[in-house]
Design a protein around this ligand. Structure first.
Ligand code: RIB
Length: 301
């Protein structure tokens, strides 16, 4: 299996503090550990896809600072083609301040250079779209860049997968270009302006006929919605250490195995995410294709 994935998305340096419980407003707490690691939904999905054996290229932007240098070095070491990553003079690389506690996380992103990515930066690397089987985007870069990437994916016959995170409303123009959308429940509601109590029937009704939707439901598994109806897969049962980047790992797995059919793609996406949540951090926790294969075999016995 070899798939060509182009990720158009964000690159952050994650500043990760682990503590026993989240602080209350106005409270000072002593944390347990502090680490930095490469993150950003785009770069996480690129690294996860590369570890799963895909040929991966990335379009994005970093600042001309130490975090930007480190990001490029790490992505290159992971085998990601960084020729499409612009270095923005005088700007800071994006950072994410992450607190991990009580089996969950809080994330605050300061976008920096990610929001300086331009249509011209993307056009300069149209060759990467021509080589891609799947173009994978998230929402941590300017919306006009996401739309442009979707248009170029269509022009070049690639499958356009949108992970609509962080949650926001999406235009009809963008929705018309999305082949596969991978929201969680909150993102789904915002993307389609659905009510809090929206049912499966409501989702089926708003779903454009051309679109497949794979909704991630954390410990409850994942569901696929399409014109043919709904399917659900329960999650693998594992001990969760840190969910940061689990959604990114799932998206990468889905994109890498998409050409092998829905069942294989969802199974590998879920197995990849199940392995990722058992370790601290986003990219530090992402598994290789071999580890995913072994995990699936173990789970089947
Ligand atoms: O999805 C996890 C990612 O969200 C983190 O790595 C952080 O950088 C934010 O973009």
């Amino acid at each position: 299996m070899s798939s060509n994935i182009l990720v158009v998305g964000s690159i952050n340096m994650d500043l990760i503090t682990v503590l026993e419980r989240f602080p209350k407003v106005g409270e000072t707490l002593l944390g347990q550990t502090f680490t930095t690691a490469l993150g950003g939904k785009g770069s996480n999905q690129a690294v996860a896809a590369a570890r799963l054996g895909a040929q991966v290229a990335m379009i994005g932007a970093v600042g001309d600072d130490a975090n930007g240098d480190a990001a490029l070095k790490i992505l290159q070491q992971e085998g990601v083609d960084c020729s499409g990553i612009a270095v923005k003079t005088g700007m800071s690389t994006g950072i994410a301040s992450i607190t991990v506690a009580e089996g969950d996380n809080h994330i605050i992103v300061v976008s920096g250079a990610n929001f300086a990515l331009s249509l011209a930066d993307i056009d300069a690397h149209a060759d990467l779209f021509a080589a891609a089987d799947v173009v994978l985007c998230q929402l941590e870069i300017p919306m006009d860049c996401v739309l442009h990437a979707a248009k170029l994916a269509k022009q070049h016959g690639a499958t356009f997968v949108l992970n609509p995170a962080p949650a926001q409303a999406l235009s009809a123009e963008l929705l018309a270009l999305v082949d596969v959308m991978t929201p969680n429940h909150t993102e789904l509601k915002q993307a389609f302006a659905l009510s809090e109590t929206a049912s499966d029937a409501d989702i089926a009704q708003i779903l454009p006929a051309h679109m497949q939707l794979v909704m991630t439901e954390g410990a409850n598994g994942a569901s696929h919605y399409s014109a043919e109806g709904k399917r659900h897969w329960p999650a693998f049962k594992v001990d969760v250490v840190d969910t940061t980047g689990a959604g990114d790992t799932f998206n990468a797995g889905l994109a890498v195995y998409w050409s092998q059919g829905l069942d294989v793609a969802v199974q590998h996406a879920q197995a990849s995410a199940a392995l990722a949540v058992q370790k601290l951090g986003a990219q530090t926790a992402m598994p290789t294709a071999d580890a995913v294969g072994m995990f699936i075999k173990q789970q089947m016995h």
